[in-house]
Ligand binder design. Structure first.
Ligand SMILES: [Zn+2]
Length: 198
């Protein structure tokens, strides 16, 4: 939770600014209002010869579990550039980005996860955030050992599409619904600090 103003360093108070309808961190000194809004996570389902590139995470959350390369979008890049960069960082792999095919609202975490198709056009190797990287056929995907529900959804839709562009599949993840279904949920994360990568 924010304690100091990003503009002047003054202390902040949580209150509803005039004309607004929810509490914001408002600077006591300069009046700056600090908004907190959902963050965008971008990922890439990269394929080569019918096999999909997955990474085994070397960081928390979900250390040791497999994931589609994905992470927080950075300022100054497009969605597609972010998806390609994350694949390069996590799997040292170059991809030709295809089309956007999945959008998942991870409501409790305050995130939107967007996934692109991609064609793997280089070798690959574990990056800093990965213990291992490997290619999996559909029947080899470690479904029970995937790190995130959003990635599981994206992979499922990817295989359903059979390589065709069938538009963007929209999905919503909420903790209450997942608890009812017995499925695990991505842990919610606190406000962005810039170093809390997924
Ligand atoms: Zn201030």
């Amino acid at each position: 939770m924010i304690k100091y103003c990003e503009r002047c360093g003054g202390t902040v108070t949580f209150r509803v600014p005039k004309g607004d309808n929810r509490e914001r961190a408002v600077c006591d000194a300069c009046g700056a209002i600090h908004y907190k809004n959902p963050l965008v996570v971008v990922g890439c389902v990269a394929e080569r010869d019918g096999r999909i590139l997955l990474c085994k995470r070397s960081i928390e959350p979900r250390y040791g579990h497999w994931t589609v390369p994905a992470g927080f979008m950075e300022l100054g890049e497009s969605l597609a550039e972010g998806a390609a960069r994350e694949t390069l960082e996590e799997a040292c792999a170059t991809v030709e980005i295809g089309h956007l095919f999945a959008s998942i609202d991870v409501v409790d975490a305050g995130q939107v996860h967007l996934f692109f198709t991609g064609r793997l056009v280089s070798d690959f190797a574990p990056g800093e955030e990965s213990l291992d990287c490997a290619l999996f056929r559909e029947d080899e995907i470690p479904w029970d050992d995937l790190a995130f529900s959003s990635g599981r959804y994206a992979l499922r839709k990817y295989f359903e599409d059979r390589g065709e562009n069938r538009g963007v599949h929209i999905h919503e993840l909420r903790r209450a619904k997942l608890a009812a279904s017995g499925e695990s949920h991505d842990p919610p994360r606190p406000a962005a600090t810039g170093d809390d990568r997924r």
